[in-house]
Write a protein that binds this ligand. Structure first.
Ligand SMILES: C[S@@+](CC[C@H](N)C(=O)[O-])C[C@H]1O[C@@H](n2cnc3c(N)ncnc32)[C@H](O)[C@@H]1O
Length: 243
């Protein structure tokens, strides 16, 4: 089906998804995005991981080096597509959520985490802490927190009648075990809007060597998902745009 025009030419849904994916990757890896992320990271309360992120981005900016991770992708898509609602599995201390909120302060946030104590060796305090992070970046949209195992809380949330029908921006960065991650991916795909972004993190994380296979296994089941992967930067990030 034809839906859009590019340079005066009519393009179809598949071409449009490819075009969005290419535009997101190009902007994600740019100095413009790196500078914007540095501004956000300096506003929120950090930890040792955020300090490493800041050092990495400062080097990228000073060397004009292309680089993209999960937060670069989210910042790029939020800038290009102005999404109205965001669903995130795996919030932790609100780094990725704060990036989305800073770029789109009015966005409605639907946030899922079980707040695993001391996740990755750092305090993981929960919703009150994330509320403060979001206040720091000027977020003024709706915030809904769902605490517990995402494999249970997400399907329960989808049964609510007052939720958005579809989401144009979704992150899966919670359960890093293969089965749990795959269930999260399958669950959220049912609400991913046409033209929407799905981000999946840590595809080359040394602690989770099979997570890339999990992503690939999921992606090949969805011919309407146009994917890009970065195996070089950070712990690896995958994204898909639905046609
Ligand atoms: C990698 S961290 C998320 C990082 C965050 N997206 C960011 O970029 O800053 C993963 C989070 O997922 C949560 N988590 C792990 N397994 C989960 C599960 N089965 N259901 C819900 N949350 C889970 C942990 O508590 C942790 O806070």
């Amino acid at each position: 089906m034809t839906t859009d025009t590019k340079n005066g030419e009519v393009i179809n849904d598949e071409q449009q998804a490819e075009t969005i994916a290419d535009a997101v990757v190009a902007l994600a890896g740019s100095s413009q995005t790196h500078r914007r992320l540095l501004e956000v990271y300096r506003q929120i309360e950090g930890d040792t991981y955020l300090e490493q992120d800041i050092q990495t981005l400062q080097t990228c900016v000073s060397d004009n080096k292309p680089y993209w991770d999960i937060c670069c992708v989210l910042a790029a898509f939020a800038t290009l597509r102005n999404p109205k609602a965001y669903l995130e599995i795996g919030v932790r201390r609100g780094r990725s959520t704060s990036v989305v909120a800073a770029l789109n302060p009015r966005i409605d946030l639907y946030l899922f985490d079980l707040w695993h104590p001391d996740y990755a060796g750092v305090a993981n305090p929960g919703p009150d802490f994330v509320h403060k992070q979001l206040d720091r970046v000027g977020h003024c949209g709706k915030r809904e927190f769902y605490s517990g195992y995402s494999q249970e809380t997400v399907p329960a949330f989808f049964k609510q009648t007052d939720r958005p029908d579809l989401f144009s921006m979704v992150t899966v960065d919670g359960d890093h075990r293969d089965e749990g991650a795959r269930r999260d991916l399958d669950n959220v795909y049912t609400v991913l809007a046409p033209g929407g972004l799905l981000v999946f993190d840590d595809i080359v994380h040394p602690t989770y060597p099979t997570l890339h296979d999990t992503w690939r296994g999921f992606a090949v089941c969805h011919s309407d998902l146009y994917t890009r992967e970065n195996m070089s930067d950070a712990t690896g990030t995958a994204l898909g745009i639905r046609s």
